[in-house]
Design a protein around this ligand. Structure first.
Ligand SMILES: [Zn+2]
Length: 76
């Protein structure tokens, strides 16, 4: 009778569905801007971001994303 045990676990937590996009950090990561071709600023930011991510420095990664997001305004 292991079915009862499993059921208890399900009810104790909040409702979860497979593939439910609730993980905000991951979502943010997916939304990060892409460097504009030909823009030295974007290229540099992308390089710094890659290196920061490789080193686990998520603060710098976020900073680079913020700066890169502002860039499109300057490109137009
Ligand atoms: Zn740029």
């Amino acid at each position: 009778m292991t079915g009862k045990r499993c059921r208890g676990l399900d009810v104790s937590g909040t409702k979860t569905y497979p593939g439910d996009p609730v993980e905000l950090p991951l979502r943010q990561d997916q939304l990060e801007p892409t460097p504009v071709e030909g823009c030295l600023g974007c290229t540099e930011l992308a390089n710094v971001r890659d290196r920061a991510r490789a080193g686990g420095d998520m603060t710098t990664v976020t900073d680079c994303n913020v700066y890169m997001r502002r860039h499109p305004e300057g490109h137009q």
